[in-house]
Write a protein that binds this ligand. Sequence first.
Ligand code: FAD
Length: 336
Amino acid sequence: MSIAVHAEHDLGGANTLGLPCVAERFAAPRHVGELREALALAGDRGWPLTLLGGGSNLILPARLPGLVVQPALERWWLEPMGEGVRVHAEAGVDWHRLVMALAERGLWGTENLALIPGHCGAAPIQNIGAYGVELGDVLEAVHLLHRDDGREAVLGAAECAFGYRDSVFKRALADRVVITRLVLRLSPTPRPRLAYGDLAGRVGEAPTPLAVAEAVCAVRREKLPDPAELGNAGSFFHNPVVTADTAARLLHEAPTMPHFPQPDGRVKLAAGWLIDQCGLKGWREGHFGVHDRQALVLVHFGGGSAEELLAFADRVAEQVSSRFGVMLQREPRLAG
Ligand SMILES: Cc1cc2nc3c(=O)[nH]c(=O)nc-3n(C[C@H](O)[C@H](O)[C@H](O)COP(=O)(O)OP(=O)(O)OC[C@H]3O[C@@H](n4cnc5c(N)ncnc54)[C@H](O)[C@@H]3O)c2cc1C
């Protein structure tokens, strides 16, 4: 056995919400062999297993029993492919650093996803998305290990069943696999996607991927709190998708409500707008609050716990429900 297992490992600095947490045991495997060892160890001893990436979409309890595994496979490389390029990125690679490195090389595809925190291994779980682009638009395949027996498999993009903040990894394969590597398909041929926000106004006539990525970073820095300064997990709620009848009822009451018709006839609403309309932007109670610039983001001022955060989030969701009759669903996952 070569994998190092640390006892009583502090994860307080390993989650962007800044919640205090101690892992009973912790391992950071550096290659697939070590990862397989960690899975076997947890299986043999009957330890509950928690997978951790950058901790930017997780709510951690005060104590995580069993074994926390944070894949530290950190290589990435390019493979020329006809007109385009394949990018192989292991699970522990920092997503934003990868995006910037690809943009610097003049490769199009991931630039709109700049400054999303976290590791590559977690990116397919909720099919990360921003500024009109989702991971599923550029992903070719996912390499993974099955948690029960350590066998390797490769899933093509179609098998990942990507949807809005959704994938097979939240459904049929939830808690059953560890993602070890992403394969992305990028292109040197210009294909800027600038329809969202004021991106078009921030880049010149002939933008480069780097110019777009930098514009995305600038917009995000203006709108979103930096987790290094104020604990948060980005958007705390999914944008709700409601029936056409519900949307029509709400639009009758609030004609300016942002709404986005979906191909299936339903309508996506902006959760941040709904929260804002309840007068909750900037609302603080105890150690948590609704961010004063972006109502979709709940922030941790320090000293709070996961239970307190969940109770605070419930109060926000209850107010939206009683005012609009729309139920908000939480985006970050509860660990343990
Ligand atoms: C400031 C801020 C802004 C954000 N903006 C966006 C945004 O614009 N768009 C967006 O989509 N998201 C956004 N997020 C959410 C978050 O960054 C993404 O969901 C990200 O992909 C999470 O990566 P992570 O490595 O931090 O995952 P973690 O939070 O560590 O884990 C998330 C889930 O993935 C599982 N997991 C982790 N690694 C693996 C693996 N190798 N194999 C299998 N399962 C694994 C974990 O068990 C957990 O269930 C934002 C978060 C913050 C804090």
